[in-house]
Design a protein around this ligand. Structure first.
Ligand SMILES: Cc1ncc(COP(=O)(O)O)c(C=O)c1O
Length: 460
């Protein structure tokens, strides 16, 4: 394929490892991207709204409960704006954002490069559907493919949709591989999908069937048939359910996020690869939370040197715009035909152009090393400020995917920390404090977070 024109919204700093040739003259590419916006968009107050009173907060919360379906137990805070790793609520209170919209805002809030890419593409073309070709989608796919194990990318809009896609691709792959006509309703082929205790793969019906927590599933019974559960990090348990002629695919998070920030053991992931190969099943890595730089590696599985057949991505890929992706080997891609799967919004030019900018910033050895170093600082800091507390069983994680395992529920600590100006979340059985800050979080912010969490735990 001829080289496509490579548009840089952010200045081309020579950090882009994509093999796509940049045809923009160097001088043009180094123009301040925000100059592009002069005269186009003038945010009121530089994007910093004036604080509102407590009445405003009450009104938003009360109207939320009146008009929005009540499926979230939200904290009693109205977030108004953000910059870097900080956000402010509508009353002007400042927080260090160690949640990053659940591991999404990789570049933090209001990053000028992100904003420039968004504005640049928005004034050109936002959406066309997949009825037509668009350049930004191809550019993003190229970056993902050329910097991973994969040969093809499929785009969708969320993490659960990425897993939903991977489930469909695996099911069809198993039918084709079994030598049956995949469109024959009476044909039989392997269709079982294996997942693991404490996993989280999403909440749509296919991904939900794989997800561990029973309370997420029971109200919506019956679940999709063909799911087998094995114990995480237990190869014997996996061996008992991965069967030749039955298993289509095995789904695993290289580092479990929602389940409690638990890294896979090396022998476990290696063993799963072997078991899948022996059984003729696909190995699927769900890197929706641990992928794209969060572990200090571009992909979480690079910590292990084990490659999947498919990988699902979402959260940080467009730094806050909705996007998901499934990356796959050619032998999987080969079974999918036009009409087999699709989505109206998926891979639209707006989100893909922004995602290219996010990808180019993260896919830089200096940036990835800084994530690793910030992660070390965070874990060491937490050990210093919390480690002596008898309620702390372990501080664990990798890169900026960090968990503090308590022997009590973490909710009250998270609530107190929020009152003290730090946003964190829970994980596991509710007994883990989960910290997934923007990958650009500063040292001072990390140190303050550790101090605040230490004090919040003491107040238990
Ligand atoms: C590992 C993993 N997979 C899938 C999902 C689902 O992603 P989404 O909420 O975008 O549907 C999540 C969300 O937390 C996740 O952590």
């Amino acid at each position: 394929m001829a080289h496509l024109k490579h548009r840089h919204a952010a200045p081309c700093r020579g950090s882009c490892t994509s093999r796509i040739r940049c045809v923009i003259p160097r001088a043009a590419a180094t123009v301040d991207p925000l100059n592009l916006l002069k005269g186009i968009f003038k945010p009121a107050n530089n994007g910093t709204p004036a604080p509102q009173g407590a009445d405003f907060t009450k009104q938003v919360m009360s109207e939320e409960s009146k008009y929005v379906l009540q499926t979230y137990a939200r904290a009693p805070v109205v977030i108004s704006h953000g910059k870097g790793a900080k956000v402010w609520d509508a009353e002007g209170k400042e927080y260090i954002d160690m949640a990053a919209g659940i591991a999404v805002n990789a570049l933090g809030h209001s990053d000028s490069r992100w904003f420039a890419a968004l504005a640049e593409q928005a004034q050109q073309l936002a959406h066309t559907s997949n009825l037509y070709h668009t350049q930004p989608q191809v550019e993003l796919a190229k970056r993902l493919v050329e910097n991973s194990f994969a040969d093809k990318a499929f785009f969708c809009n969320t993490g659960t949709e990425a897993n939903e896609g991977a489930i469909k691709f695996a099911r069809k792959w198993a039918r084709v591989r079994a030598g049956v006509d995949p469109y024959d309703a009476n044909a039989s082929a392997p269709y079982e999908l294996v997942s693991f205790t404490s996993c989280f793969h999403g909440r749509t019906m296919g991904a939900l069937a794989l997800t561990y927590k029973e309370q997420y599933k029971t109200p919506f019974y019956p679940m999709m048939p063909g799911h087998r559960l094995a114990e995480y990090n237990n190869l014997d348990s996996a061996r008992a359910v991965i069967e030749k002629g039955k298993t289509a695919a095995v789904f695993v998070e290289p580092v479990q996020g929602e389940g409690g920030i638990t890294p896979s053991k090396l022998a476990f992931l290696k063993g799963l690869r072997e078991l899948c190969d022996e059984a003729g099943a696909l190995l699927v890595f769900d890197e929706v939370q641990c992928g794209l730089g969060r572990t200090g590696k571009l992909w979480g599985h690079q910590l292990y040197g084990v490659e999947p057949d498919m990988m699902t991505l979402a959260k940080p890929l467009a730094g806050g715009l909705p996007i998901g992706a499934v990356l796959m080997k050619q032998h999987v891609a080969d079974v999918m035909k036009p009409g087999d799967h699709g989505s109206t919004f998926a891979g639209n030019p707006l989100v893909c152009h922004v995602a290219c900018t996010v990808f180019d910033i993260i896919n830089n050895p200096t940036f990835l090393t800084s994530v690793e170093q910030r992660g070390v600082r965070l874990r060491e800091g937490l050990k210093r400020t919390m480690g002596g507390n008898p309620h702390v069983k372990e501080v664990r994680g990798v890169g900026l995917l960090v968990g503090v395992q308590l022997d009590v529920m973490a909710g009250p600590v998270v609530d107190t920390a929020r009152e003290m100006g730090v946003l964190a979340i829970t994980a596991g059985k509710g007994d883990v404090i989960r910290l997934v800050p923007p990958l650009v979080v500063g040292d001072a912010e990390i140190d303050k977070c550790c101090e605040v969490l230490g004090q919040a735990l003491k107040r238990l």
